[in-house]
Design a protein around this ligand. Structure first.
Ligand SMILES: O=C(O)CCC(=O)C(=O)O
Length: 322
């Protein structure tokens, strides 16, 4: 503990108080006091588990990410470790060498152009409010939500990102998600259930959707349909930071265009891996092992934390446990 910044110890203490005793809710349990967030912003995050910062990423950077994504889809660029995911509505046999076949790329940590997103100073200074100064990029994604073929398969079920992560504590993890164009209900914006990050990690399964579900699109089992939900309409460059226990998803893309967002999950260097055996997260480990077999020809038993150790990349400070 001796080497931790005071603000981190303070945060940990408050959090322990909140979780274990009187149900006391201090308004600053989840954010560090580093003079960036206003009291109102800190209060908003404490209440809701997310915070939108307008106009954080420039048009020029977004165009560069878009160009690199297109190069990857055309296979002009080969990125080690990159996972290219095709939409469930596209037949397996059909090879379309452009963005129309790709609904998401994951793990672009070895692509210097896309990884620039994870290191943008204006993003990192906000990330630091949640993680503290030692920052790892744990999970990177560029989501290319396709026009829905009419079967609602372009939706992303309501889920908590922590379900996929074998590291803790949750409060030292944050996602930055940036709209690469105007995103609203017509093209499937993010939908959040404000405040749900205060709950526990829930059981997740594949939803039973008639039109099919994309790979690894697990949703919260028996998600409360009556819980208040908010549609986050965002302009190009706006960025939302959110807690990994926040229940969120995204709607159907009813337009003809591909809706793009770029995102990174960051964790503090103070986080540590956990073993997910015997927990609700076992189904993720099983599926990831399947993907490792089919995509990377890895046949030895796969432990989730080994995959994460491979896909994570230091952004700032020290790696320590992860
Ligand atoms: O961009 C989206 O549609 C939702 C992304 C998301 O929530 C995720 O991939 O975990």
């Amino acid at each position: 503990m001796g080497s931790l910044p005071l603000s981190r110890v303070f945060k940990g203490c408050l959090h322990a108080v909140k979780k274990t005793t009187l149900g006391v809710r201090d308004s600053h349990c989840y954010t560090l006091d580093n003079n960036l967030l206003t009291p109102a912003q800190r209060h908003f995050y404490e209440e809701n588990g997310y915070l939108v910062i307008k106009n954080l990423v420039s048009d020029e950077d977004i165009e560069r990410f878009r160009d690199e994504f297109e190069r990857i889809c055309r296979r002009d660029v080969k990125v080690p470790g990159l996972l290219i995911m095709r939409d469930v509505s596209i037949a397996k046999s059909e090879f379309v060498p452009d963005e129309k076949a790709v609904m998401k790329i994951q793990d672009f940590q070895e692509d210097d152009e896309l990884f620039r997103y994870c290191t943008l100073p204006q993003i990192i200074k906000y990330v630091e409010c949640f993680t503290g100064p030692d920052i790892l990029a744990m999970h990177t994604m560029l989501i290319n939500k396709p026009p829905d073929p009419g079967k609602k398969s372009s939706r992303h079920p309501m889920h908590q990102d922590l379900h996929f992560f074998p590291f803790r504590p949750a409060d030292l993890i944050v996602c930055a998600w940036t709209a690469m164009e105007k995103i609203d209900r017509s093209n499937g914006c993010l939908v959040v259930l404000p405040g749900t990050y205060k709950g526990s990690l829930k059981q997740h399964d594949y939803p039973e959707w008639e039109g099919g579900v994309n790979k690894l699109y697990h949703g919260v089992r028996d998600c409360d349909k009556s819980a208040p939900r908010l549609h986050l309409a965002m302009e190009k460059g706006d960025t939302v930071f959110f807690h990994p226990l926040l229940i969120h998803g995204s709607g159907m893309n009813r337009t003809d265009g591909f809706r793009k967002a770029i995102a990174c999950h960051y964790a503090s260097g103070d986080c540590h891996y956990i073993d997910v055996k015997g927990t609700t997260q076992e189904n993720v480990e099983r599926e990831v092992a399947e993907i490792a077999k089919t995509e990377y020809d890895i046949h030895s038993p796969v432990i989730l934390k080994d995959i994460w150790a491979f896909r994570s990349r230091l952004v700032k400070g020290e790696r320590r446990n992860l």
